[in-house]
Design a protein around this ligand. Structure first.
Ligand code: FAD
Length: 297
C-alpha cells in the first residue's frame, strides 16, 4: 500500500496501530479522537479487529470503510475463520478489495463462546488461519499478516508447534507475522531466533500492549498464554487508586520495552492501542517519531 506523501520521509522505524470497532456512539467518538492523534505519526498501516465469533463483522467493516474514506493511512482488516462458510468469507474479502483495502490480518479466531472453549472448524469454512491465507490469496493479491505466539498458542503452549503453523501460514502467502503481546523481550528474541532457524524470513513484528490497567492486562495475558513477569506486577503494586502515577509508570514501562527492542535491532512495532492514544503516542515519541502534517510536507 502507498504511504501518504507527508509520510514519505518517515524514519527507519515503522509502527502500526491496532484498534477495535466501537460498540456505541460514545466509543466511536473516543476511537476517532485516538485515530486523529495517532495518524500524524505516519503508521505504515492501522488495523481493525474482528470480534470473537465474527460478532463485529459489520462494525469492523464500517470502521475500515471510514478509514478509507476519511484518512490516507493504509488500513488492514482483521478477518477470522469462525462461524462462516468459505463463500461468506470470500465475499467479505472481495468487498474489501473493491473498496480499496489491500491488507488483511488473517486469523483463525476463537469460538463464539470465547477463548478456552474447544474450537471446531465451521463445516464448509476455512479450518485454520493457513487455509484462510490460501483462500484470500485466491480472491485477490492481498498483503496478508498473521498471528505469531512467542510463548506458544494457548491451546497447546508449544513454541515448536507455533513455528510449524507459522511456516504454513507464510508458505500460503502471509508476508508478516505480528506477535501476541509479551513483556519479557528475551522471550521475543529467542522466539525470532527459532523462527529464523526454521527458515521463516518474514518480519516478525512485536505486538506491544501498553498497560492501561495492570489487572486487565493480567487477565488478557492468562487467556492469551502470555506470561506476566513479577517485576511488572511490582511496578504497579500499590497504585490501584492512583491513576496519575499508574499512567506515568505505564508510559515508562512501554518506553523501556520498545527502546530495549530497538537496542536488539527491532525496527517495526505493532501497538495494541485498546483505542487509546496517550501511552502509544508517548512510546512512539520515545522511539523518535514526531507528528507530520500536510503543511510540513
Ligand atoms: P492458527 O494459526 O490457525 O492456529 C490456531 C491453533 O490451531 C494453534 O494452536 C495451532 O497450533 C492449531 N492449528 C493450526 N493449524 C492446525 C491444523 N491444520 N490442525 C490442527 N491444529 C492446527 N481474534 C479475533 O477473533 N479477532 C481478531 O481481530 C484477532 N486479532 C488478532 C491479532 C493478533 C496480532 C493476534 C496475535 C491474535 C488475534 N486474535 C484475534 C486472536 C486469534 O484469533 C486467536 O489467538 C486464535 O485462537 C488463533 O488464531 P491464529 O490465527 O493464530 O490461528
Amino acid at each position: 500500500a502507498e504511504r501518504p506523501s507527508r509520510c514519505a520521509d518517515a524514519g527507519k522505524l515503522e509502527v502500526s496501530f491496532e484498534f477495535f470497532p466501537p460498540k456505541s456512539p460514545e466509543s466511536e467518538v473516543a476511537l476517532w479522537t485516538s485515530i486523529s492523534r495517532l495518524l500524524p505519526l505516519c503508521p505504515s498501516f492501522v488495523s481493525v479487529t474482528y470480534g470473537a465469533g465474527g460478532t463485529t463483522r459489520e462494525r469492523t467493516h464500517q470502521t475500515v470503510a471510514r478509514l478509507v474514506r476519511e484518512t490516507d493511512v493504509p488500513p488492514a482488516a482483521h478477518l477470522t475463520c469462525v462461524s462462516a462458510t468459505r463463500e461468506e468469507i470470500d465475499d467479505v474479502a472481495r468487498a474489501y478489495w473493491a473498496e480499496g483495502v489491500r491488507h488483511i490480518v488473517a486469523l483463525r479466531g476463537d469460538p463464539p463462546a470465547g477463548i478456552g472453549t474447544h474450537y471446531e472448524p465451521h463445516p464448509g469454512g476455512y479450518a485454520y488461519a493457513a487455509d484462510l491465507v490460501a483462500g484470500l490469496k485466491k480472491v485477490a493479491d492481498f498483503e496478508i499478516s498473521v498471528a505469531a505466539y512467542p510463548e506458544g498458542h494457548p491451546e497447546n503452549g508449544s513454541v515448536d508447534t507455533d513455528i510449524e503453523v507459522l511456516k504454513r501460514k507464510v508458505d500460503a502467502g502471509a508476508t508478516r507475522a505480528i506477535t501476541q503481546f509479551f513483556f519479557d523481550n528475551d522471550i521475543y528474541e529467542r522466539y525470532v531466533e527459532r523462527v529464523r532457524r526454521a527458515g521463516i524470513n518474514v518480519p516478525v513484528v512485536p505486538g506491544i500492549a501498553p498497560v492501561h490497567s495492570f489487572k486487565a492486562i493480567a487477565g488478557f495475558a492468562e487467556k492469551a498464554g502470555a506470561s506476566v513477569p513479577s517485576w511488572l506486577a511490582q511496578r504497579f503494586e500499590g497504585l490501584e487508586n492512583d491513576a496519575a502515577t499508574r499512567q506515568l509508570v505505564a508510559a515508562a514501562v512501554a518506553a523501556e520495552q520498545v527502546l530495549d527492542l530497538v537496542d536488539r535491532g527491532v525496527t517495526d512495532f505493532h501497538f495494541y492501542t485498546m483505542n487509546r492514544a496517550d501511552l502509544v503516542y508517548a512510546a512512539c515519541h520515545m522511539l523518535g517519531l514526531r507528528p507530520k502534517t500536510d503543511e510540513a510536507a
